[in-house]
Ligand binder design. Structure first.
Ligand code: FAD
Length: 438
């Protein structure tokens, strides 16, 4: 079990814990807390239910991939030169909505600072530490939820159209290797043997053999919710409107009945900043919007997630078909989805996988993203009863299990299984700088 399963806390230390957010991070946190004996209530405006809509959660629409190779942060050296292109080309894999730029300035400043080589090394080290435990921390939850059948273990494939593109990606792969990520470099013949239905638009590729997928993140979320209920926890459908710390506990005001809890976990994904502010703190959380297009008839065409990094999205075989999911758009929570983004995905899939057939449902969702690609897993500095768990960016599905395990440690006031100093919410100031000492 990799030493990650935990004994329940003694009777007298079990708390009534409210968890805001039934995305995978909130659910995994609640399930770990329930396993330790706490009494949990998860509050979400649209929690996962069989047959219900879960599309508002980022956990609904992702590329379904547990990605141990995800040690490379989004901002890497040279990204600053790409910013003008991001603003000018709304169809690019990384785009910025120009009218959102003024709001984005502090986040962007910190994002660019995170791309310095020394920072990339530091961030990769922290991500690697989390990723190393990601699977072991999922195992007990997936077993308990009876969700093993959702897993497909076939690795994940990155492809490059030219030798030059492959060579340019070598710096990332060496970084991965330094952090113990297993990978196999492939030539065109080996790629064709793995994925014979892809158009032969590749020269080289890399297989990450330890990556795996869940057939449906929504079904996984429904299974986690059922497991929480089975342990006596509650899942409440309500919109959280206001938060107040009262005495040693917290009052959670909703559009329905207010709730009182001894401990609170904020795991509201990209919407967490507004809740943190209600408690008199702040966090430099924004969103990297992502999109998906489903190809309902194409689920059988690929054996594993396939990604051309130059296009910025995965093509993942999953329960509903082939989901082409990814890209980054910095545009905040209020700007409507931009059709140009899914058009680019549709056109590119038609080129890469000509048999994909007609596209079906489209989706846009909000990755909860910190500028340095690291999540926030921390206790509030002002209110010891409150724990923060959000900001997982591109890795929320992957890191939900280990985050839940760490949240359970924090709430139980046990030493966390991993060091958390680099995951504090107040590691950036409001202008995107780093707060000075003292
Ligand atoms: C296109 C795309 C592809 C991706 N692919 C992958 C991948 O392959 N692998 C991977 O690891 N990650 C991937 N990700 C990232 C991953 O999906 C996210 O990091 C993760 O889902 C975040 O989970 P969360 O629980 O923090 O937030 P969410 O899933 O967004 O959940 C937050 C929940 O909080 C609720 N909420 C918010 N505010 C309130 C309120 N005031 N009151 C009540 N409820 C509230 C919302 O309703 C929501 O259900 C991808 C993301 C995108 C967009």
């Amino acid at each position: 079990m990799d030493g990650l399963d935990a004994a329940p806390v003694p009777e007298g230390e079990r708390r009534r814990v409210a968890v805001i957010g039934a995305g995978l991070v909130g659910l995994a946190s609640a399930l770990w807390l329930a396993r330790l004996g706490h009494h949990v209530t998860v509050v979400d405006r649209a929690p996962p239910e069989p047959g219900g809509s879960y599309r508002q959660a980022c956990s609904y629409g992702n590329a379904c991939t547990v990605a141990p190779h995800g040690v490379v942060p989004v901002a890497t050296p040279g990204i600053a030169w790409r910013v003008p292109g991001m603003v000018l080309n709304p169809a690019g894999p990384l785009a910025i909505v120009w009218r959102y730029l003024p709001h984005l300035a502090p986040w962007l400043r910190a994002f660019l600072a995170a791309s310095r080589p020394a920072e990339v090394e530091r961030i990769a080290g922290t991500l690697a530490g989390l990723l190393r435990h990601a699977d072991a921390a999922y195992r007990p939850l997936v077993e308990e939820a009876g969700a093993r059948h959702l897993e497909r273990h076939a690795g994940c494939l990155y492809l490059y159209r030219s030798d030059a593109a492959f060579a340019a990606a070598e710096a990332d792969n060496r970084l991965r290797e330094r952090h113990g990520v297993a990978l196999e470099r492939l030539d065109a013949v080996a790629i064709r043997a793995l994925e014979p239905r892809l158009a032969p638009l590749y020269r080289r590729g890399v297989l990450y053999p330890d990556a795996y997928t869940f057939d449906s993140p929504q079904v996984l979320a429904v299974a986690f919710a059922a497991a929480i209920r089975k342990r006596g926890g509650a899942i409440v459908r309500a919109e959280v409107r206001d938060l107040r710390c009262e005495g040693e506990g917290v009052r959670v005001g909703t559009d329905g009945t207010a709730l009182r809890a001894e401990r609170l976990v904020i795991a509201a994904g990209a919407h967490s900043r507004a809740l943190v502010r209600q408690l008199g703190e702040d966090v430099l959380l924004d969103t990297e919007r992502g999109y998906h297009v489903l190809f309902p008839e194409a689920g059988h065409l690929l054996g594993r997630p396939v990604c051309y990094p130059e296009h910025g999205f995965y093509m993942t075989p999953m329960a509903d078909g082939l989901r082409a999911a990814g890209t980054v758009e910095l545009g905040g929570l209020a700007v409507p989805a931009r059709p140009v983004r899914t058009r680019m995905i549709r056109q590119t899939v038609a080129e890469l996988l000509p048999q994909a057939g007609a596209p079906g449902a489209e989706w846009m969702g909000f990755r909860p993203s910190m500028p340095d690609s690291l999540p926030v897993v921390a206790r509030s500095a002002r209110h010891p009863a409150v724990t923060y768990a959000f900001g997982h960016g591109h890795l929320g599905l992957t890191l939900a299990g280990i985050t839940g395990r760490l949240v359970a440690d924090l709430v139980s006031e046990r030493p966390p299984v991993l060091p958390l100093a680099t995951l504090r919410h107040d590691r950036f100031d409001a202008w995107g700088g780093k707060p000075g000492p003292g």
